[in-house]
Design a protein around this ligand. Structure first.
Ligand code: NAD
Length: 342
């Protein structure tokens, strides 16, 4: 096993707290000898400031070439006709699966031993942004319309992704989450495709179903019953933030956007402009995203070392950032983590 930097990967520090937490994460990755040969690029406000483009061509080309990126949070410029950068990236690289693991790391909270994964369809549904207004009640824009769509191909692909994830990660059950009782066409197609794919895994991975509102309630009353949840875009967006709330909030929530050729790893939180530059940011969500990235390139050995160090440090409780009730700075936490790595 070599520790040289042999895997090209794009690194986007991001905006706001992005550069601070990315520095911390790169320090930890270096401490375990992670194999990434970084190509540093900009996006978000950094891109707008430098070349008036939130997603510069060089950045896109680098990601296309490496097929692998670690991305800090990006500030979506308000107004000026800029489209959401995250949505653009998902479409550009056909990142059809959004993977959000939710695991208890901080002991003593309301929910111990949570360990579930939400797989969200990332390209279709109501994120298709088929929106319009039409006149009504004497108001030229009296009615607002919003539509969405799903394709059978994408429904099958995302459910298959969830089952394959379950097989590879020793998970036992996949829950199909839908609203097919009301949204009969769109959610109906998702459910039908889900059942078809589930049949292929019969005997290997258990499958059950929930209507999204019931699932949301059960995530609060008995989250331990869930293992892998797979659902359409908007439901996945909401449920995964809800799940993050069970385990200490967005400062602890990593995510991955995965396509056939490209995977982009990131923290779920945003650029936190209120604390940017103050050394207060918690780097753990981005670090956990980097851990997912190590597993993606089959370096579970290094991922396990970082995971163990995080658990040791957080369980010890002395070194925590402000969002976790502590007083440590980003740098204090980074230094303590480096020490905790064996
Ligand atoms: P946010 O996640 O940036 O901040 C919400 C709250 O959580 C703030 O009080 C912030 O200080 C705190 N927080 C977030 N991350 C933290 C961390 N690592 N450590 C400690 N505290 C943390 O959400 P927002 O304020 O709604 O969004 C700010 C900007 O980020 C917006 O421009 C938004 O578009 C963008 N955003 C980007 C992404 C992304 O790039 N993936 C995701 C969400 C929001």
């Amino acid at each position: 096993m070599t520790n040289s930097k042999t895997i090209p990967a794009t690194l986007i520090p991001g905006d706001g707290i992005g550069p601070e937490i990315m520095d911390s994460v790169v320090e930890i990755l270096d401490a375990v000898g992670a194999p990434f040969a970084w190509e540093r690029h900009i996006a978000g406000m950094a891109g707008v400031d430098a070349v008036n483009d939130p997603l510069p061509k060089d950045t896109i080309e680098s990601i296309r070439k490496t097929g692998l990126a670690l991305k800090g949070p990006l500030t979506t410029p308000v107004g000026g006709g800029f489209k959401s950068i995250n949505v653009t990236m998902r479409q550009e690289f056909e990142l059809y699966a959004n993977l959000r693991p939710t695991k208890t790391i901080i002991p003593g909270g309301r929910y111990e031993n949570i360990n579930l994964v939400i797989v969200r369809e990332n390209l279709e549904g109501y994120y298709a942004a088929m929106e319009n207004t039409i006149p009504a009640n004497g108001d030229p824009k009296g009615i607002a319309l919003s539509g969405g769509y799903v394709s059978r191909k994408e429904c099958e692909r995302i459910v298959r992704f969830a089952f394959e994830y379950a097989v590879k990660n020793d998970r036992k059950k996949v829950t199909l989450v839908h609203k097919a009782n009301i949204i009969k066409q769109m959610c109906g197609m998702f459910l039908e495709a889900g059942r078809k794919v589930a049949a292929e895994y019969k005997g290997k991975i258990e499958c059950d179903e929930r209507i999204v509102d019931a699932c949301s309630m059960q995530l609060v009353t008995n989250p331990w019953q869930f293992d892998v949840i797979v659902t359409t875009n908007l439901f996945g967006d909401i449920l995964s933030d809800q799940a993050a709330g069970l385990v200490g909030g967005l400062g602890m929530a990593p995510g991955a956007n995965i396509g056939e050729k490209t995977a982009i790893f990131e923290a779920v939180h945003g650029s936190a402009p209120d604390i940017a530059g103050k050394g207060l940011a918690n780097p753990l969500a981005l670090l956990l995203a980097a851990v997912m990235m190590l597993r993606h390139v089959n370096r579970d050995d290094l991922a396990d070392r970082i995971d163990t160090a995080i658990t040791k440090l957080i369980t010890g409780g002395e070194v925590r950032t402000r969002d976790l009730g502590g007083t440590a700075s980003t740098q204090d936490l980074t230094a303590a983590l480096k020490q905790a790595i064996s």
